[in-house]
Write a new protein. Structure first.
Length: 87
């Protein structure tokens, strides 16, 4: 039972790290800085097709968009862990 629980914890942690890493790479590729906008602003960008095109998000797959959106919102300026260059 302990091994199964430990394995589950490790798998979830690894998935979360990989997802965060993928989000960071996508943001860097598209020159997006998570801390440049508040979480509500990132949400609005992903809801609007015109804004998606403005930020070249329309070129990404649905999975990449989900990972990037999650990353940008988790590290937005108003989040508990903002990612702003120079800090």
């Amino acid at each position: 039972m302990k091994k199964a629980l430990l394995h589950l914890c490790f798998t979830v942690t690894l998935f979360a790290y990989t997802s965060c890493e993928q989000g960071a790479k996508l943001a860097q590729k598209l020159h997006l800085v998570p801390g440049a906008k508040a979480s509500i602003q990132w949400k609005r960008i992903f809801q609007n097709e015109h804004r998606k095109k403005r930020y070249n998000l329309h070129t990404l797959s649905h999975k990449e968009i989900a990972v990037l959106k999650d990353y940008l919102i988790k590290h937005a300026a108003d989040s508990p862990q903002p990612l702003v260059p120079g800090l």
